[in-house]
Ligand binder design. Structure first.
Ligand SMILES: *Cc1c(COP(=O)(O)O)cnc(C)c1O
Length: 355
């Protein structure tokens, strides 16, 4: 058995693989593969409808919020957001808490002015800034709810009088949150929602149509809302896998159930790391991510050795991002408690031999 701690694309529920493989051979006993059905057929419409309805139900979204499945990954949202919401002479407020947030800021500057209200760059993004103030004349406030690379998480929703926009790529649907407080949410699917190639986007429509900029149709959120996510050929198979994953999450008890499991997983891993001196978690305790656990070892030789030990024990994806080094163990929704128990046992064993 392989224990998959990949940062993304990442572990997925086994039954989703099984159902997705079946659908490639014969989709719903239609005699056709999911890969060869039209995106405007009733067969695909049913998939899309269930995906949207399940996402809305899981997040308990009110009727002001629309759910879209769009192409291009979260990186496309970095520019699609300012393109739709920010005029050249206007200001958007951004929080800078890591590599992904920095990229979002860079893209927003193409379209307007960016006010970076706070940054944790001074300490290598190992904490979340608090007590920052957000200018009320800004068009929107953007932040990353979970910093995938650095391993920090925002455990509060900032108070603003302006529309809230969040990149939730690496922690959406992993714990309860008042999703209705956000005017726009986006998340690449490949961490907690399904297969790579599609984004989940949640929009409160009233924020749209306020800029002077002319938009290409594919970049225009309003056009996608009007077309119900089928403005052009959507990534049919990726959306199908999202639907299966959302259905899986609903069937196991939704966000409250997965939050409980995710807490068990993260608690076990952090407690283990805290109890073994050769491992050092890198981020401020109160800002620790439940999804991406980042740690280093002081001894480079031991780091190499532990990485090798993980490999020999069928644990994949534990090497840290090149910008941080060390290790990153990702604990997305589909990662089992069994896998976390396996790696924590291995850590204890390793420490008893190497400390
Ligand atoms: C993975 C990730 C991205 C990038 O997603 P792509 O789909 O590769 O564009 C952006 N933001 C966060 C927080 C991520 O975790």
């Amino acid at each position: 058995m392989i224990h998959n701690f990949n940062a993304g694309p990442s572990a997925m529920p086994k039954e989703v693989f099984e159902q997705a493989s079946e659908a490639i051979i014969d989709f719903n006993h239609s005699g056709l593969s999911i890969l060869e059905i039209g995106h405007r057929t009733s067969m695909f419409q049913a998939v899309l409808d269930e995906a949207v309805a399940t996402a809305k139900e899981l997040m308990q979204l009110d009727s002001d919020h629309d759910v879209l499945f769009l192409h291009g990954g979260a990186t496309t949202q970095f520019f699609q957001v300012p393109m739709n919401l920010l005029d050249e002479n206007e200001v958007a407020a951004y929080l800078d808490c890591g590599v992904w947030g920095t990229k979002a800021i860079k893209e927003a500057r193409i379209f307007g002015n960016v006010d970076v209200v706070a940054s944790s760059k001074d300490k290598n993004y190992t904490y979340i800034p608090k007590n920052f103030s957000i200018p009320t004349n800004a068009k929107y406030f953007h932040y990353t709810t979970n910093n995938t690379i650095e391993g920090t998480e925002m455990n509060f929703i900032p108070e603003t009088g302006i529309p809230l926009v969040a990149d939730m790529s690496s922690d959406i649907l992993s714990h309860e949150l008042d999703f209705n407080r956000f005017a726009l949410i986006y998340a690449g699917a490949q961490k907690n929602i399904g297969a790579a190639g599609v984004n989940l986007v949640v929009i409160r429509k009233d924020i749209l149509g306020k800029t002077k900029r002319k938009l290409p149709a594919m970049m225009d959120y309003m056009k996608h809302i009007e077309a119900g996510s089928v403005l052009n050929t959507p990534p049919v198979f990726a959306i199908y896998v999202c639907m299966l994953t959302l259905r899986w999450l609903k069937n196991i008890g939704g966000i409250p159930a997965i939050e409980k499991l995710n807490k068990q997983k993260a608690d076990l891993l952090y407690q283990t790391l805290d109890s073994i001196p050769i491992f050092r978690p890198t981020v401020a305790k109160e800002d620790r991510s439940r999804m991406n656990v980042v740690f280093v070892m002081e001894d480079q030789e031991l780091e190499r050795k532990f990485l090798q030990t993980c490999k020999e024990n069928n644990m994949v994806g534990v090497k840290g991002h090149r910008s941080v080094g060390g290790f990153r163990v990702s604990l997305y929704n589909a990662v089992t408690l069994e896998s976390v128990k396996a790696i924590t046992s291995l850590m204890k064993e390793f420490a008893s031999v190497n400390a």
